[in-house]
Design a protein around this ligand. Structure first.
Ligand code: SF4
Length: 332
């Protein structure tokens, strides 16, 4: 049995089958790169902006969607969510954001959408656009990375913790599910700072989380500090222990979308272990087993292991479709 509420279990409960995500590049940019906030970007980001670069190579959303699904073959997942992953997908004029999102929502056979963005690139109009999309499953991937403003400033995020809290509350008012991103090993932070991020999320209407280990990527501003020996990424065992503690401190209804960063081919400089994600996930599983921890245990040590960690079980009541707030645009 899984010791945390994995996205795979959530999808099985929600759709009754395996569901995959198809990364989509809609040609978005980012205010932290185009000069609006800065041109350098976040210290850990490079010019790819977590994207596939397919838009720049001339492939529209439909072509990307068809190619990824075909590549999965008959053995791949039965259903797919589109994941607008590259850069900041709610940045720019609302009309453009609407056009891109509606094009994505109309992809044939789409089970739902995940939309990656920044907390300072959402407002009421864009939240209404998102809430009005004709998709049954919608997640907003919202980067926080650290719950400390000093760290956000140091890594040049260009937003504050308060911006993130405001964005989460806005999404909640519109009935949108937020998946928050946290990072461990950021410069200037002791590793347990990740637990502060988890504590912040526990108090917010956040439905999902991605935990990432800091990567030093080719072309990212952090690469220079790493080359000068000023930055030492976490060791795998250290990261696995930290994630096990973070999961134990996390509300048990929060869906865990990811437990380790995924470097794009050719971009990883350090740590070398991050290239072998399966081994990192195994290390996290071992750390949970060794300390007999599971998601939420630290919040309620006397409670039994929640059965809905299993793919076959019913989801927790808190993940039943949320009642829309009075001012929310109803979903189709
Ligand atoms: S990590 Fe995201 S917000 Fe930061 S520069 Fe890259 S695309 Fe922009």
């Amino acid at each position: 049995m899984l010791r945390y509420y994995a996205l795979s279990a959530y999808f099985r409960q929600r759709f009754g089958c395996r569901v995959g995500k198809v990364p989509l590049d809609a040609g978005a940019t980012c205010p932290n790169r185009d000069g609006t906030l800065s041109t350098g970007g976040c210290a850990f980001c490079n010019e790819r902006g977590s994207g596939t670069g397919r838009h720049g190579a001339g492939a529209g959303l439909r072509a990307q969607w068809d190619a990824w699904r075909a590549a999965g073959g008959a053995r791949g997942p039965r259903r797919h969510l589109g994941y607008l992953q590259s850069f900041t997908n709610t940045y720019g004029p609302a009309a453009r954001v609407r056009a891109v999102l509606e094009e994505a929502a109309a992809l044939p056979g789409l089970a739902g959408l995940c939309v990656g963005t920044r907390p300072d690139c959402l407002d009421d109009e864009k939240a209404r656009i998102l809430a009005g999309l004709p998709v049954g499953e919608l997640w907003l991937d919202l980067g926080l990375q650290s719950a400390r403003d000093a760290t956000l400033e140091r890594v040049n995020r260009g937003h504050t913790v308060a911006d993130f809290v405001r964005a989460v509350e806005l999404c909640h008012r519109h009935g949108l599910k937020v998946c928050a991103h946290l990072m461990a090993g950021l410069p200037g932070e002791e590793p347990p700072a990740l637990l502060g991020g988890v504590a912040l999320l526990n108090g917010l209407p956040v439905a999902g989380v991605k935990l990432h280990n800091l990567l030093v990527c080719r072309g990212a501003p952090l690469a220079a500090a790493w080359r000068r020996g000023e930055l030492r990424p976490l060791e795998r065992a250290q990261y696995a222990d930290l994630v096990a503690r973070a999961l134990a401190a996390l509300r048990p209804d929060v869906v865990v979308h990811r437990l380790a960063a995924d470097p794009a081919p050719g971009e990883l400089l350090a740590p070398a272990w991050a290239a072998r994600k399966a081994e990192t996930l195994a290390a996290v599983a071992s750390a949970l087993e060794a300390a007999d921890l599971w998601q939420g245990k630290a919040l309620d040590p006397g409670a039994p292991v929640p059965l809905w960690f299993d793919p076959g079980a019913s989801p927790p009541p808190s993940l039943a479709p949320r009642a829309a707030a009075p001012d929310a645009t109803p979903r189709a």
